[in-house]
Design a protein around this ligand. Structure first.
Ligand code: CUA
Length: 307
């Protein structure tokens, strides 16, 4: 995972600059103070003569300087911090969000309101565009953090927060929930896929479409999906029910991972996940459905066809 010291957005760059300046300044002061103490300890040590050291009391010049200099340093850091905050968290005003992130125990629900897209756990962004994300929570407090892209921000139930999500260049950047939220906290991964604006638009268009019609084994899998109650928790465009306890699976097969990043989205891992979710992600709310081998085969054919 990248760190805040390798920033890839103006917001993250503001944070990095503040970290570097603060640590550099603190290091210089720390070395200076430690050096002076070491010097005094050695230079004025008891040399066994038994003589009293020179006694002094009060020195106005020294007292004023050791009050004013730290005050000036603090004030400088205050100004730098305010400037960094303004760069990292610009004012939102009444602008509608480009992206809505709803945190759940333990996955991320993602909406692109302008494009009518609902997905999960993998945020797609166009490179170089400052996307305004509205952050919500469906249950407890979580926290969005993609270290290379900028500040952390809590998702608070009942109180939407805002965060600018932006990346200078295409690539994949990893994040994670950064506020302890229960058993699945460590496996609440967030994958940010930054694309060229054209690729992003193509992705948005594709995600807005309903899935291809299921045939054969996949069609039987679609019936399994509904009969074995998967549909109570997961939405798929075109099915009558729209559950929202787990991720929307309309384009499940187009995602790189499953279980919010707990495993790669491969047939072997998907079979493991459907057979026993708890073995992959302990504590998660997906129940063990005890599918027969035929049901599993058909369900997998259906899910893997959801491109
Ligand atoms: Cu969600 Cu920690």
């Amino acid at each position: 995972m990248g760190t805040p010291l390798s920033p890839l957005s103006p917001q993250a760059d503001a944070t990095r600059t503040l970290i570097v300046v603060t640590v550099a300044l603190a290091s210089v002061i720390g070395l200076l103070v430690t050096g002076l103490v070491a010097y005094a300890v050695i230079r004025y040590r008891d040399r066994g003569t038994g003589a009293e050291p020179l006694q002094t009391g009060g020195n106005r010049k020294v007292e004023i300087s050791y009050t004013l200099i730290p005050l000036a340093i603090q004030f400088g850091l205050f100004i730098l911090t305010v400037l960094a905050m303004r760069r990292a968290e610009p004012a939102v005003a009444d602008r509608p969000p480009d992206l809505v992130i709803v945190a759940h125990q333990w996955w991320w629900e993602l909406h692109y309101p302008g494009a009518n897209v609902v997905t999960a756990n993998e945020i797609h962004l166009p490179a170089g565009k400052a996307m305004l994300a509205e952050l919500q929570s469906a249950d407890v407090i979580h926290e969005v953090w993609v270290p290379q892209l900028g500040p952390k921000m809590d998702t608070v139930p009942g109180k939407p927060n805002h965060l600018i999500m932006e990346a200078d260049r295409p690539g994949e950047y990893l994040g994670n929930c950064a506020e302890y939220c229960g058993a699945g906290h460590a496996w609440m991964r967030l994958r940010v896929i930054v694309q060229s604006p054209q690729d992003f638009e193509a992705w948005e268009r594709q995600q807005a479409l309903p899935p291809e019609p299921a045939t054969g084994s996949a069609q039987r899998g679609r019936a399994v999906f509904q009969a074995r109650t998967c549909v109570q928790c997961h939405a798929i465009q075109g099915l009558a029910l729209t559950g929202n306890i787990g991720p929307d699976l309309t384009h499940f097969a187009s995602r790189a991972t499953l279980g919010a990043g707990v495993a790669d989205n491969t047939p072997a891992e998907l079979a493991r996940w459907l057979n026993d979710p708890q073995s992959l992600k302990p504590g998660c709310y997906m129940p063990r459905m005890r599918l027969t081998p035929d049901e599993l085969t058909d369900l997998m054919a259906y899910l893997e066809g959801l491109r």
